[in-house]
Design a protein around this ligand. Structure first.
Ligand code: CUA
Length: 365
């Protein structure tokens, strides 16, 4: 039995960052275990796993962070004033002895000054927060996109992410490569989010806020990351049994590395005569009904992830396990073992079939 529980935990927790460093070092052992994962040349393999809004590394996430700081600061001041007055009243006017029981405190009926004080400032504060929030929403929803902006179409499925690059005719799954943006070379990525079945939620906290993927509807959002690395995110809407394992990896590459990645994804896989048997088994066992592979006759399915460059991805099952031979073998033997409830059935493959299909999948880089 594979130790996939730990793998998953490591995938989700490895990382560094304020406040999370302790957790990060606690799981350093798991991190080391992951360090072999296939990483394209020049790619930054830093895992950015902060699952809160307080460590933004992308333009819209930064804007949201600043607004939330303002709101929290205003709330903190209100809390201190109200809490302070309350504490003062409790202490100053507490019961001091039995003699207090016979005396009635001064009775005050109405005070224009006090009523204005607790009505007007709160209204002003709320109006100020409304204006700042409205301006921020405007900035995030209607950004000025340069012509260089990259475009990615993300389609949520139970329980994985289809990723398409319409400008480049590239299709992949679960691992979303985007370019790094900088002041001198702005390269934001515009994302169109759709769903093939139920409502999903796309959230990579260090890049932007949450966006829903709704059937028959197109939502959009954008990111403009200013640090390379592998950003982790999750599906945020309960979409079924494997909702928790609908993990997202956004890989931010320098523009050069990103271009190289695009080029390699555009290539059709080189057919390896040694993998012919595996390809035959792949088709004979109906894998091609759900999975598409470029240049493989009969592999034209759209229900499962595109496998044309399957072995260039670091994880399988939408981040449930590392894409190493051990986990891939387990997946081929029975996907329900690593990911119970996923929509890929146990294909009842013999161990010879598993071996040859595994060898074939490894040629798809
Ligand atoms: Cu998809 Cu939760």
């Amino acid at each position: 039995m594979l130790n996939h529980q730990y793998t998953r935990y490591a995938l989700a927790t490895r990382g560094s960052g304020r406040g999370w460093q302790l957790l990060g070092s606690t799981f350093a052992a798991f991190a080391g275990f992951l360090s072999w994962a296939p990483v394209a040349r020049g790619q930054d393999s830093t895992i950015r796993a902060i699952q809160n809004i307080f460590d933004p590394l992308s333009a819209p996430a930064e804007t949201l962070y600043q607004v939330s700081l303002l709101v929290m600061a205003v709330c903190a001041v209100i809390f201190l004033v109200v809490g302070g007055l309350l504490t003062y009243a409790i202490i100053r006017y507490r019961r001091r002895g039995p003699e207090d029981d016979h005396e009635e405190p001064p009775q005050v009926y109405g005070s224009a000054a006090i009523e204005l004080a607790w009505t007007v400032p709160p209204i002003l504060i709320v109006v100020m927060l409304v204006l700042v929030t409205a301006r921020t929403i405007g900035e995030i929803q209607h950004p000025k996109m340069p012509d260089t902006a990259e475009e990615v179409r993300i389609i949520g499925h139970r329980y994985w992410w289809e990723v398409r690059y319409p400008k480049h005719d590239v299709v992949t799954a679960n691992e979303i490569h985007v370019p790094l943006s900088s002041r001198t070379n702005r390269l934001p990525t515009q994302m169109v989010l759709e769903s093939a079945d139920v409502i999903h939620g796309f959230w990579v906290p260090q890049l932007n806020g949450k966006t829903m993927l709704v059937p028959n509807y197109r939502n959009t959002m954008w990111i403009e990351p200013y640090a390379t690395g592998i950003y982790l995110g999750n599906c945020t809407v309960l979409c079924g049994q494997q909702h928790a394992n609908m993990l997202i990896r956004v890989i931010v590459d320098t523009p050069e590395v990103y271009q190289k990645w695009l080029e390699s994804q555009k290539q059709a896989p080189v057919s390896d005569p040694q993998a012919a048997e595996g390809q035959q088994q792949f088709i004979a066992n109906s894998c091609g009904t759900c999975h598409h592979i470029e240049n493989a006759r009969g592999a034209t399915g759209v229900f499962g992830p595109d496998l044309t460059h399957f072995s260039s991805r670091a994880t399988l099952g939408s981040g449930v396990a590392l894409n190493d031979d051990q986990h891939l073998r387990s997946w081929l033997v029975n996907p329900q073992d690593l990911k119970p409830g996923c929509l890929m059935p146990n294909m009842q493959l013999s161990s010879n079939q598993v071996d040859s299909i595994l060898a074939y999948l490894r040629t798809l880089k």
